[in-house]
Design a protein around this ligand. Structure first.
Ligand code: ADP
Ligand code: ADP
Length: 233
């Protein structure tokens, strides 16, 4: 089943001197259970594409359809709510709230969703177990290494049971050991729990872990290939 479909996406940033065409004529569909990387040189449009896929930024042209819903047609308030209920985000700079503990960071969105306390606490424990950080539940982010913080960010992204997770260069600030560790966890979540991941990277090792590799250059898709471990072939 398609969970995301984007049609004829273009994005132009209007800056004073001249407009920057960040994306142009992008058509893509993503299915449930994908483990997909988006690669391309710096400035090729990866962040812009992920932001549009997640409804964080609006395309200048085209449509974004998530789970049958055309999100380009939603007002800001509805879009925020839709995002909260359906999409998990992981950014390169961890983005945990520093004054909250690991537990509070993860529970935050479940609280907003109105999940009862017991369910929340149970789920937080399960998620921290899954990322190997159950013993850090009451720590604050600055007490954790970068790799640990990013694993918390993955746990947090999963908290609301999103339809998919978008990760913008999730390993950019990690050393190779932490990178491997994070990818192992993402792979396991993908294989065992069928969590859909779409992540950008310019690290070749990270890219090759993906089942599908989409290459963009100058705002266009120039290559879209499935690796031989394609589950839907
Ligand atoms: P990547 O993530 O592949 O590095 P980006 O999506 O960040 O690429 O950027 C694509 C292009 O759009 C680049 O030329 C970049 O300078 C430009 N761009 C990105 N964000 C903005 C913005 N907020 N305002 C103006 N130009 C931007
Ligand atoms: P990436 O690591 O994806 O390449 P960048 O460091 O290029 O990201 O960009 C970081 C932030 O700056 C992003 O939010 C992006 O939208 C914004 N940005 C990038 N290029 C420009 C630009 N030319 N003008 C304004 N903002 C930009």
């Amino acid at each position: 089943m398609n969970i995301i479909e984007i049609k004829e996406i273009a994005k132009t940033y209007d800056i004073k001197t001249m407009p920057v065409k960040a994306l142009n004529g992008i058509n893509l569909t993503f299915q449930e259970g994908e483990f997909t990387s988006i690669v391309g040189p710096s400035g090729s449009g990866k962040t812009t594409l992920l932001n549009i896929l997640g409804g964080l930024d609006e395309p200048t042209e085209g449509e974004v359809i998530i789970d049958g819903q055309n999100i380009t047609k939603l007002n800001n308030k509805k879009k925020t709510l839709f995002r909260m209920m359906n999409i998990g985000f992981v950014f390169q700079s961890f983005n945990l709230i520093p004054v909250l503990t690991v537990k509070e960071n993860i529970e935050f969105i479940m609280q907003l969703q109105g999940m009862p306390r017991e369910t929340r606490e149970q789920r937080t424990l399960e998620l921290l177990d899954a990322v190997g950080l159950a013993d850090k539940i009451n720590s604050r982010p600055n007490k954790l290494s970068g790799g640990q913080q990013q694993r918390v960010a993955v746990a947090r992204a999963l908290a609301s049971k999103p339809k998919f997770i978008l990760a913008d260069e999730p390993t950019a600030n990690l050393d190779s050991k932490s990178t491997e560790n994070l990818l192992d966890i993402m792979e396991k979540l993908n294989e065992n729990e069928h969590i859909t991941f779409i992540f950008s990277t310019h690290d070749a090792r990270v890219m090759h872990k993906a089942k599908r590799i989409i290459t963009i250059e100058d705002g266009k898709v120039i290559k879209d290939v499935w690796q031989n471990n394609n589950p839907t072939a």
